[in-house]
Design a protein around this ligand. Structure first.
Ligand SMILES: Cc1cc2nc3c(=O)[nH]c(=O)nc-3n(C[C@H](O)[C@H](O)[C@H](O)COP(=O)(O)O)c2cc1C
Length: 323
């Protein structure tokens, strides 16, 4: 059962709970990510508390965003998929999450131990929606059983499979496996895991046989990685503007009290910069969006002043070499 679906690009931002909300997806897309995913959203909350969930869905400005759902009941997953379909470029089913509270309910990575249920979920969602349906999996629960898992996804009619090259039991530790011969399967595939530097992309693509890669922790560590993957080194000024834009989008979406959510991104936005450690310490103590904005301006303007040569701002990678 093959499908004509292709991922809309070679480099995507991976789904990350608590991270890939609208503002961060938009920032990564501005840097050059070609597609992205929402954080994982429970099918039950879509059906019972849609108002709460709505903020997690892509808005009309966003392109190429998949909505990721998790759950254990094929009918509920299908109903939820129908509700989010108008917002989604495609629907993505989570069969990968290793979090205990998700596994306990038989969802996420637990579906890899119950392949009949996974198959029923994929079929039910496929039957309920018109948009493509893909499945994010790991290579197995305890050991590598990817061939079996891929066959189940393909038989159930999945249009694509995103493969994180670790087992569920591994969590996020150990090295991700790329050598998975994904080109043998008659379905579009994406490889995820340990892609941090520009040279990793081609390596991961050629070793895995996948059509595209997903970047997760690499984007958190250095949000402008997507620009670098396209051969562009951003300037300090561009990074400052993105940081401020992120703050603005966060407050516009979730209100001024959500400012603390920016704290988890401060290490990324100041990656490799001189004086970053002290700045981060001060930033973590800032108690309002206004204070955060002032600190960002002060830190980056100082950096710009120290490094201005004939008004040309040095690429950030050059700056980090000077640290
Ligand atoms: C903080 C965090 C949250 C994550 N949340 C999700 C999620 O909601 N859904 C999902 O399918 N994968 C999730 N993942 C897994 C990533 O999408 C990715 O497959 C994994 O981190 C491997 O890529 P990396 O080695 O580049 O980080 C998450 C990873 C991290 C680090």
């Amino acid at each position: 059962m093959s499908s004509n679906f292709e991922y809309p690009g070679k480099i995507g931002l991976a789904p990350m709970a608590g991270i890939t909300s609208r503002p961060f997806r938009k920032i990564c897309s501005l840097w050059g990510a070609e597609f992205s995913y929402t954080e994982m959203i429970s099918a039950e909350s879509v059906l019972r508390a849609f108002k709460v969930v709505q903020k997690m869905l892509p808005d009309e400005e966003e392109k190429n965003v998949a909505v990721q759902l998790f759950g254990n009941d094929p009918n509920r997953m299908a109903q939820a998929a129908k509700v989010v379909e108008p917002f989604a470029c495609w629907i993505n089913i989570n069969a990968a999450c290793p979090a205990k509270k998700v596994l306990k309910k038989g969802s996420g990575g637990a579906l890899l131990k119950d392949l009949e249920r996974l198959k029923a979920i994929i079929s039910a969602v496929k039957n309920a929606v018109q948009r493509p349906v893909t499945v994010k999996v790991r290579i197995g629960f305890e050991e590598n059983e990817l061939e079996k898992i891929m066959q189940v996804c393909i038989d159930a009619g999945a249009d694509g499979v995103e493969v994180h090259g670790r087992t569920v039991e591994q969590g996020y530790g150990g090295k991700a496996i790329w050598d998975l011969k994904l080109d043998q399967y008659e379905v579009a595939t994406v490889i995820s895991g340990d892609i941090y530097e520009p040279q990793d992309v081609e390596k991961a693509l050629s070793i895995s046989g996948a059509q595209a890669v997903l970047i997760a922790r690499g984007a958190l560590r250095k949000p402008w990685i997507f620009a670098q993957l396209k051969g562009k080194n951003p300037t300090v000024e561009e990074i400052k503007n993105m940081f401020l834009l992120h703050l603005k989008m966060l407050i516009d979406l979730e209100g001024p009290r959500s400012f603390y959510k920016l704290r988890q991104f401060v290490a990324g936005y100041t990656h490799g910069m001189p004086g970053a450690r002290m700045f981060r310490e001060r930033f973590m103590l800032a108690n309002s969006p206004e204070e955060q904005q002032q600190l960002i301006n002060e830190f980056f303007n100082q950096l710009l002043m120290n490094n201005q040569e004939n008004e040309v701002v040095k690429p950030i990678e050059e700056l980090s070499k000077e640290v």
